[in-house]
Design a binder for this molecule. Structure first.
Ligand code: GLU
Length: 549
């Protein structure tokens, strides 16, 4: 058959050709070691933490090598697409400090960069021109098999335990003549374009994965679909053409794609295109029922699978990124210990040191990493970040901040420091109204009084304290006053003396402070009580003391 004629029959509308397209994508002028990486999500409007993880690693690899990191939107599957899905992806990544050097932009905005279009839906002509060339070389052909026919083949192969797919005797359209094809097209039959796989049944290929090393795999022998019946490419074909034209040097993607590697290997080969390097990263896992029951973090079951969860909870993005780096690279924590104040961008990340098994997501670890990250932030930064977060997610805190900006800034000092030491209590902004509700929300609803002190003694002390309370006291006057009020009621002002003979007393000055603390905050532990009373003000302090009596 004259394959050129067939190519014209199938792609008569394509006026350009593969070589002219290749000229539009010249080799990038970058340093020898520069890496070009990409993030290429489908616009489903949902950003999985695993996507952020891959994006973070890809961006790091590009940036640390003086390369390019770009965004490509893989919108070839219209069923998965949601409205503004791309905007959601771009804005969630931006919230985590991830920016692209080139690529797709929000809907309706101009994309940027010379290697576009960066949305696959705008690249139809490119895929078709490449497919046309393969048809002209006899390496691709139209297939008219219906869904029912393919299902029958699948069942037959399954019952005989054969490799599933379109190959050998099952590749019914492989041998159609030009006339048969022409007739079917005239009859209005739908068709896909398939690769004419040159693969040999027992041949092997090697995937040289940067993370996993060499993986030997059987060569692809199936005539996979390149273009679907609507002319839209499959993931496999679009991946090969796009990553080649856009100059990707290392494809960093989830390890669920390893099994498709033989197809990609062959598609690069038949198309005469140089393959990029590959790094297949392991997914983030979660324990589910029992020590060894690991599963992937699931969009359906786990709220923490979505990056929105972290924004809503008020994790600073630095914390999440820092935590993801601890999962990604075993050397990171050691580096952080040595360089507590360095920016994460200074860490030299190596793909070949990544673990090949899926890391377990550990919320406690994230919280602890985040406490460290927050403890390193300046008061100004804390104030700015919390104000921004509260405006979006916490109306009570937000109105506190706008009504009492000075007090709010003072309250940051209160929970940030313990004397000259930095406290590490806060892991996320939603902790603020949970831990310090007595500052930002209002009077306590519950009281965790120490039952060691009888209730009548407690009330007696609170009443006496209210009568004596002076909001103008400084910190040491304040403490002296607690002692003075407590002593006649049986609260020993000297801890040592109290400890020597506790039965002689109702309690010590520490117990007296404890009563005031619970009366004002509801809790037995809090930062400096004197400052808390000052921050909530004289009237509110007295109200709360009266209420707690
Ligand atoms: N669009 C693919 C996905 O969402 C990307 C895989 C890749 O990075 O090549 O899974």
């Amino acid at each position: 058959m004259d394959n050129r004629l067939l190519a014209e029959l199938l792609f008569g509308d394509i006026m350009t050709d593969r070589d002219s397209i290749m000229e539009r994508y010249p080799k990038r002028e970058l340093g020898e070691k520069a890496e070009v990486t990409r993030f290429s999500p489908s616009p489903t409007g949902y950003m999985h933490i695993g996507g952020l993880y891959a994006a973070l690693i890809s961006s790091k690899i590009a940036r640390q090598s003086g390369g390019v990191f770009y965004l490509r939107i893989e919108d070839t599957d219209k069923k998965r697409e949601v409205e503004h899905g791309t905007d959601e992806i771009i804005s969630s990544l931006a919230e985590f400090g991830i920016k692209f050097d080139e690529g797709a932009s929000a809907d309706g905005e101009q994309e940027y960069g010379d290697y576009g279009p960066y949305r696959q839906s705008a690249r139809g002509e490119i895929y078709r021109a490449f497919a046309k060339e393969l048809v002209a070389r006899g390496l691709a052909y139209p297939c008219f098999c219906t869904a029912e026919e393919l299902e029958q083949t699948r069942k037959a192969q399954e019952s005989q335990k054969l490799l599933p797919g379109y190959y050998g005797e099952y590749a019914k359209c492989r041998g159609l003549t030009y006339e048969q094809i022409e007739q079917k097209i005239k009859d209005g039959c739908e068709y896909v374009i398939r690769l004419r796989s040159p693969g040999k049944e027992d041949a092997k290929i090697v995937c040289r994965d940067i993370i996993r090393g060499n993986i030997e795999m059987p060569e692809n022998i199936t005539d996979v679909v390149l273009l679907k019946s609507d002319g839209i490419p499959t993931y496999h074909y679009a991946h090969v053409i796009d990553d080649y034209l856009m100059g990707t040097t290392t494809v960093i993607r989830g390890d669920e794609w390893i099994s498709s590697y033989p197809i990609h290997h062959q598609l690069f080969e038949v198309s005469g295109l140089k393959m990029p390097r590959y790094a297949h990263i392991a997914p983030i896992m979660k324990l589910d029922g029992g020590e060894n029951r690991k599963r992937k973090l699931s969009k359906r079951k786990d709220p923490e699978a979505s990056v929105r969860y972290y924004s809503e909870q008020g994790f600073p993005y630095e914390s999440v990124n820092e935590y993801l780096m601890t999962i990604a690279s075993s050397g990171f924590e050691g580096w952080r210990m040595k360089n507590p104040d360095a920016d994460i961008s200074e860490y030299k990340f190596k793909l070949d040191k990544m673990s090949i098994s899926g890391a377990l997501f550990d919320m406690d670890k994230l919280l602890s990493v985040s406490r460290d990250v927050i403890s390193r932030m300046s008061e100004e930064k804390l104030s700015r970040l919390i104000t921004e977060w509260a405006a979006e997610y916490d109306p009570a805190l937000s109105s506190y901040i706008s009504n009492s900006a000075d007090k709010f800034n003072e309250s940051i000092k209160l929970w940030k420091y313990n004397g000259t030491k930095v406290r590490k209590d806060v892991a996320k902004w939603s902790d603020l109204t949970a831990m310090y509700d007595y500052l930002y929300v209002g009077a306590p609803k519950e009281y965790d009084f120490d039952t060691k002190i009888p209730a009548d003694k407690r009330s007696e002390f609170i009443s006496a304290y209210i009568a004596e309370y002076d909001p103008l006291d400084d910190s040491s006057q304040w403490f002296d006053r607690v002692k003075r009020v407590g002593e006649p009621l049986g609260f020993c002002p000297n801890i040592k003396e109290y400890k020597a003979d506790p039965d002689k007393y109702v309690g010590s000055v520490a117990d007296a402070c404890g009563i005031l603390r619970v009366a004002v905050t509801g809790k037995r532990n809090s930062p400096d009580l004197y400052t808390i009373m000052r921050l909530i003000g004289c009237d509110e302090t007295i109200n709360r003391l009266n209420k707690a009596k």
